[in-house]
Ligand binder design. Sequence first.
Ligand SMILES: Nc1ncnc2c1ncn2[C@@H]1O[C@H](COP(=O)(O)OP(=O)(O)O)[C@@H](O)[C@H]1O
Ligand SMILES: [Mg+2]
Length: 430
Amino acid sequence: MKILVVGSGGREHALAWRLARSRRVQVVYVAPGNGGTAREPNLMNVPITDLNTLAAFAEREKVAFTVVGPEAPLAAGIVDLFRARGLRIFGPTQRAAQLESSKDFAKAFMKRHRIPTADYETFTDPAAAHAYVERRGAPIVVKADGLAAGKGVVVAATAQEAHAAIDAMLVDNRIGEAGARVVIEDHLQGEEASFIVMVDGHHILPLASSQDHKRLHDDDQGPNTGGMGAYSPAPVVTPAIHARVLREIIKPAVEGMAADGIPYTGFLYAGLMIDAEGHPRTLEFNCRMGDPETQPIMVRVKNDFVEVMEHALAGTLDRAAIDWDRRTALGVVLAAEGYPESPRRGDEIVGLPAGGSAIDEDCFVFHAGTAVDGARTLTAGGRVLCVTALGDSVKMARTRAYRAIDSIRFEGMHYRRDIGHRAIGRGPAR
Ligand SMILES: Nc1ncnc2c1ncn2[C@@H]1O[C@H](COP(=O)(O)OP(=O)(O)O)[C@@H](O)[C@H]1O
Ligand SMILES: [Mg+2]
């Protein structure tokens, strides 16, 4: 069979790679893909980003089903468009994708369905927003309502910072339409984790837990990024917390969407803040898998992921199971000079494994911002590669990943040296 994966990042490389391991798969098309998906066995890049053209391609190639990686095509309605043409696709409809594409929608939804999250209010009027900040005090969090590629949230330590964020978004229009409305919410303490599930409209299949590292520098310093590394499982998600997240957040979300007449299908990602007492609260929903969380999660899948996807598409996820590798997987992002502000492109990458992502059976180099240039591979974006390794412990996975990185080089390459630091010292991961 043929499968289509939409997107061009490390998440899509890992997902397409996993799907291509199924014996039933002839080819996984990746649209538009990257330098890594271009060279991976059984993967083929398709240089199409226009959604109608993509649907026509899926029809013509008799693609069995399509999986969408990033949020932008989901928010643009790719699922509605494919379904209207009778094409099977895994992801939320445009209306359901509002869980991610509008923070105000998500907060109102959570409030309505009593899903634990920070108290908030939504504003378009700057004076009212400023007054709210004065009333609540700092620390406080100001969030652009719309999609802002990770640049829409200001965690303000002081009221002054919050006021500046309000003015930047509502008055100076600094992030455009996405910031024309802001959600202002209480600051939550704790440790973050990513909880990702598959949903077929009604049934829920949880993926393994994971944790990413958003800040650019070691010790969680520096600016926020798309994510500098991740590992799975995340020991902060104990079995007790896992059960609570499913019961208090994920189930009410899926049932709430169905009750509201917007049944949810696709990957559903809850960004969690888990406080010292183990209470999980929802920071946000994403309507897709995380990047880089997907990379460690996918290398831990041991069974045929195509079968799981077929259950998800057929509405029979209650009959699906994922056989998880019991080991820890850890991925380190190698970023380009200037990332995240203004990454430099066009540097040659040397030391990549020949013939695909695999260094060996427990270590993989997934590509993100890369492009093929004849026999060479060049950097073509801010997050360039994600080196992902399996190990019997977080420490062992980490040692392996960093050892693999030692042989990879490009001008300006930088990465965090402390991926997994929160898990190390917590004891054995499950
Ligand atoms: N209420 C909050 N309290 C404390 N930190 C928060 C809160 N909301 C968001 N953050 C921090 O800001 C980051 C980004 O916020 P999030 O809601 O995930 O938006 P996005 O991923 O769309 O930028 C979170 O990962 C978290 O570190
Ligand atoms: Mg987030």
